[in-house]
Design a protein. Structure first.
Length: 120
């Protein structure tokens, strides 16, 4: 069984990288949860509008700019994932420090590239 990934910043728009990432994660057999601005469904995954704090999340892949990440800081740290992937455009040194202090791995990378090169 694979470890669950939370796509934070999920979009219903098919041209958005978060939408593509959900499809690729599902295709690669990963269990996925998704949180975005609007409820909906992508690749059979329901997009919720709030973080479910009782989920067992291994990885969070971010698709939110640093300003939009701020309201999620506490919820993300509470989830205590093994790692957070900061995709291009989401880099946030302020948040890196908080995560490192919480002993959560910070990875500045592209989820799509990691999946395509079998490094996910």
């Amino acid at each position: 069984m694979t470890k669950k990934t939370l796509v934070l910043g999920a979009s219903l728009k098919t041209n958005r990288y978060s939408n593509i990432a959900i499809h690729k994660l599902v295709t690669h057999g990963h269990e996925v949860a998704a949180v975005g601005l609007r409820k909906g469904e992508v690749a059979g995954i329901t997009i919720e509008t709030a973080v479910n704090d009782d989920e067992n999340i291994d990885t969070i892949t971010l698709y939110l700019n640093p300003l939009r990440q701020q309201p999620y800081y506490d919820a993300i740290i509470y989830l205590n994932p093994r790692r957070i992937i900061f995709n291009p455009g989401t880099e946030n040194p302020e948040f890196y420090q908080k995560l490192i202090e919480a002993k959560i791995e910070v990875e500045v990378a592209c989820t799509l590239v990691l999946l395509s090169t079998n490094q996910y």
